[in-house]
Design a protein around this ligand. Structure first.
Ligand code: AMP
Length: 278
């Protein structure tokens, strides 16, 4: 992989890179298209990274379909799909510690998750080298943390955030949607509807964080099996707004819930993004 990336750069090509865990859907393929518009040569990695899963999470049952994925990556010049022991060789012990950006939202609910993400992304960047790397806004906190990491560690990478791709009915695409039963799939729509309700309230002038949260919760709570968070936060620092979103400011509304046993996340930046549901 490193040799291919070096060769592309030596030939004067700009390298684009899309890290994924596979089970590719249209959301991933939009990132690949974005990489293609910004680079001359594009690579995708497919790696279900063990260090970003907690002990009770779905690492072993995470969907894997390498042949199907490769078939979907026609527009890509290289696919990198290493084995776990190639990314974590015997004796491996270095981890990338993440600071305050991991203190809110998913951080407290998934201890060690962002450390695992940053560690594997740093390893991947080390292999790929100078590139433009495209990440989805679906994982908003991940994108913010990786931007910070690239700046803090002087990595030779330009990070690009790409919009959330949704099913026609509004559900954010996710490899984990495959876990949902037909009934859970219907209930999962409440996430995007909740975000849309809060977007309407924001557009109508509502700036009280509690009221914006309530607007989302009214739809999300009845559909969710459990709620990790429904949070209004500063889109840059990810610190939750205590009382009001200041006039003229944007606000991140992020949700993480379980529908059945499946953990789903979604978000919208109020004052910036269009409503997630038409
Ligand atoms: P994953 O395979 O879930 O680790 O995701 C790989 C990349 O695809 C990450 O940058 C995600 O944010 C991005 N991604 C996943 N789902 C979507 C989606 N529905 N829309 C846009 N990007 C997505």
């Amino acid at each position: 992989m490193r040799a291919a990336c070096v060769a592309a750069r030596s030939a004067g090509q700009r390298v684009g890179f899309v890290p994924t865990m596979g089970a590719l859907h249209a959301g991933h393929l939009a990132l690949v298209r974005e990489a293609r518009t910004r680079a001359d040569w594009a690579a995708t990695s497919i790696f279900v990274n063990p260090t970003q899963f907690g002990p009770n999470e779905d690492f072993s049952k995470y969907p894997r379909d390498l042949d199907g994925d490769v078939a979907k990556l026609e527009g890509c010049d290289a696919v990198f799909a290493p084995e776990p022991n190639a990314m974590y060789v015997p004796g491996d012990e270095t981890r990338v510690h993440v600071g305050a950006l991991a203190a809110s939202l998913c951080g407290p609910h998934r201890p060690g998750h962002f450390e695992g993400v940053c560690t594997v992304v740093t390893k991947l960047f080390g292999i790929v080298g100078a590139c433009t790397a495209v990440f989805g806004k679906k994982d908003y906190q991940q994108l913010a943390i990786i931007r910070r990491m690239v700046a803090d560690l002087f990595l030779p990478v330009t990070v690009v955030g790409s919009p959330i791709i949704r099913e026609p009915d509004g559900l954010a695409m996710s490899s984990r949607n495959a876990y949902l039963s037909a009934d859970e799939r219907k209930r999962a729509l409440a996430l995007s509807w909740g975000l849309a309700a809060a977007t309407r309230a924001f557009e109508g002038g509502e700036r009280r964080a509690g009221a914006l949260r309530d607007a989302a919760n009214a739809l999300v709570t009845p559909a969710a099996t459990s709620i990790d968070y429904v949070t209004i936060a500063d889109p840059d620092s990810l610190v939750p707004f205590e009382s009001h979103v200041k006039v003229g400011e944007r606000a991140l509304l992020a949700v993480a819930v379980r529908v059945g046993a499946t953990r789903l996340i979604d978000n919208v930046v109020l004052g910036e993004d269009p409503s997630p549901v038409g």
